[in-house]
Ligand binder design. Sequence first.
Ligand code: MV4
Length: 499
Amino acid sequence: MGRVRKILIANRGEIAVRIIRTCRAMGIPSVAVYSEADADAPHVRLADAAVAIGPAPARESYLAIEKLLAAADASGADAIHPGYGFLAENARFAAAVRDRGLTFIGPPPEAIAAMGDKVAARTLMERAGVPVVPATPVLAPEPAAFAAAAERLGFPVVIKAAAGGGGKGMRIVRRTEDLAEAVAAAAREATAAFGDGRIYLERYLERPRHVEVQVFADTHGAVVHLGERECSIQRRHQKIVEESPSPAVDASLRTAMTDAGIQAAAAVAYVGAGTIEFLLDPEGRFYFLEMNTRLQVEHPVTEWITGLDLVREQILVAGGAPLSFDAVATRGHAIECRLYSEDPARGFLPATGAVRVLGEPSGAWVRFDSGVAVGSRIGVDYDPLLAKLSTYGATREEARLRMLAALRETVFLGVVTNRDYLAAVVAHPAFAAGATHTEFLAEHFSDWTPPAGPDHALAGALAALALAGPAARRDGAPDAAAAPSPWESLGAWRPGAAR
Ligand code: MV4
């Protein structure tokens, strides 16, 4: 190991762009990879070099380990950053990178594997003194075994997949008579989703908050925390609004949670950026849920309040450098919203199309991380995340109001987005009060409908007229100083004729 000299980014979209920017700022050449669907993507244009890795389906490109390793060889990269998603938490990939003599910008494969098996991870955490939810080991998928265990834990309970995480295969059960069906369904779902049907039981916590601790570790044994993030606002296990610090965490709870996070990371000899997810109950008790062994989507809120560039720190640590900070002071408050190409009016169905107009919010307290540009086609091959919008304020309320302003300034034409939904969430009195928990959207937004907006075709036609500008004034006078009012701009228009 030694200082990293050229980095291949095994990813696409906003996180690839994000990593390339830090590479540039550090003077490190970057290599993008791209599928056939991404030949013109911003991450490809931005990188110093780019290597084609195959067809659009991720299995044949962004998930194809051999192709990525070959691309690293061909481009002379000596390190690989996996971003998030795709192969970021694949221990075999991390090991394959290491076995080729390359640096994996992430934790050791052993740490990924230790946290990847959720049941083994629980046991490990328990031994490390990290609080965990009362649970069973893996059980035979028989109703009797689960019924006996549920009696001991107390209802409600939740059936989870040992190989799971992210809520897949999760089944909440409130009565003994519902167990048999739920066990069968959970085992089936776990096999289908993970190729591993092992399931177990946990006591189910009602309306908890999701609070996660950001940790950072170096190869010399130092482990520090960078505070917590509140990520309770989720739809079907998809986070949409995140913030730091959590409005539910005071100084003493923070000390307890971040201590537990550091214990968790130390227990698996962690290296790099990692996140320990906890459920926080209304009484202020917290329980280890899982550890994410990657840089997370929502890392910008931590960057806002710490002033650190987490990608830079990842690269330095991967090169063997000791951490350049210990107890990090945080300042102010940050909120992030995820803009997706999806249609809230149609059950959040992924929306496809091409970005025709892109209006980015601006200002010193606003950050817009995006991997798309005008002309980008949004298809069905990848995650529908268009952009992450984050704002900073000295107080939560300042950050919240700045977020509302920034959302209004954000324009995507050509694809349907969840922008107005996000604005409604951030404007909601319960959000303003910090009363966020994992049932927030179910309780406040299950019957939300988009505000009646303008007719897009009409808006487009008016925009085209407005763009025609002063040259199109009715009286023909080329008055550049005049406001480009469409009503003054109609003179040269003729139905059925070219202007
Ligand atoms: C739970 C839980 C309550 N009790 N486990 C969902 C995603 C996966 N990471 C774990 N999840 C949950 N596990 C017990 N024992 C509630 C959830 C949960 C949840 C957790 C975090 C964020 C949003 C959530 C939404 C619904 C359920």
